[in-house]
Design a protein around this ligand. Structure first.
Ligand SMILES: NC(=O)c1ccc[n+]([C@@H]2O[C@H](COP(=O)([O-])OP(=O)(O)OC[C@H]3O[C@@H](n4cnc5c(N)ncnc54)[C@H](O)[C@@H]3O)[C@@H](O)[C@H]2O)c1
Length: 258
């Protein structure tokens, strides 16, 4: 028996094999969960189709653009028709304009700020709301989102994404309070730096990747698999009284002052 045998999990944000969402999907599948995965657009659909043979044939794949309410509603309606209930939701989505993560934070444009908030923070609220009836139908469940240390401390060049992560972390706490009455838990993983598409343009991620082996307590970088295993734990009943938390998967880097 795996930690998640008999559970149904929706995992969002698979862009390619390096996506944190893909590592989480593999960990959840290994632990016995049945999966639905979402991709943002056709290019990522093709990437996902190449990966799907690694998962059981029952795995569902669906398009989802979290910036579009109709897309959210269509995804939820399809899942409702196929599954009826849902036990777990993984939110592994973020976006900010490259310009807003390269220059000065003070120069962040109004629309760039709003876009980062919309896709990277508000999407947790909208996505959770869209599948809430299915989580309630399961008698409760758990949600995990992905954050980063730049949401609470300054990581030069993380800029507008750091502000979005701060909003994401506050949002998960409000959701945890409101949904606790429905036996739904909401937590985040604050991951150390990983080489993914989203991290490619983030200078602070490259700096942190060089720093972890020298300055983290465990003196090493982390892997996508570390995050996948932590997500499986947080979603499972082993974490049954943990909600509203940020769990650091960063080799301990966040405890260091220098
Ligand atoms: N890679 C890191 O170092 C790191 C560290 C900490 C946290 N994170 C967070 O992990 C999460 C996943 O990122 P990743 O590193 O796996 O990179 P990734 O590029 O593989 O994943 C980001 C995902 O967001 C999706 N996305 C962006 N805009 C979207 C939209 N409008 N609708 C639907 N999906 C959309 C992309 O399609 C992609 O699948 C993000 O929240 C990121 O901030 C990453």
């Amino acid at each position: 028996m795996g930690l998640l045998t008999g559970r149904r999990a929706l995992v969002t944000g698979v862009a390619n094999k390096r996506s944190i969402a893909w590592a989480i999907a593999k960990a959840l599948s290994r632990e016995g969960a049945e999966l639905a995965l979402t991709y943002q657009h056709d290019r990522f659909k093709a990437n996902l189709e190449k990966l799907l043979p690694e998962l059981p044939p029952s795995t569902i794949s669906l398009p989802l653009d979290v910036a579009d309410d109709e897309s959210l509603a269509a995804m939820a309606a399809t899942l409702q028709a196929k599954w009826g209930h849902l036990d777990h939701l993984v939110h592994s989505i973020a976006f900010a304009k490259a310009d807003d993560m390269a220059g000065r934070f003070a120069d962040t444009s109004r629309d760039g700020y709003a876009l980062a908030q919309d896709v990277s923070a508000y999407s947790l609220v909208a996505l959770t709301r869209s599948v809430l009836p299915m989580l309630q139908a399961a008698g409760g469940g758990s949600v995990v989102t992905m954050t980063a240390l730049g949401g609470e401390r300054v990581m030069p060049s993380y800029n507008v994404m750091g502000v979005a992560k701060a909003a994401l972390e506050a949002s998960l706490r409000y959701l945890a309070w409101e949904l606790g009455g429905d036996n739904i838990r909401v937590n985040a993983i604050s991951a150390g730096p990983l080489r993914t598409l989203a991290a490619a343009g983030v200078r602070s991620a490259h700096t942190a990747m060089n720093q972890l082996p020298e300055r983290s307590p465990l003196r090493r970088n982390i892997t996508q698999e570390d995050v996948g295993d932590a997500a499986a734990f947080l979603l499972s009943d082993w974490a049954r009284n943990i909600t509203g938390q940020v769990l650091y998967v960063d080799a301990g880097y966040h405890i260091m002052a220098q």
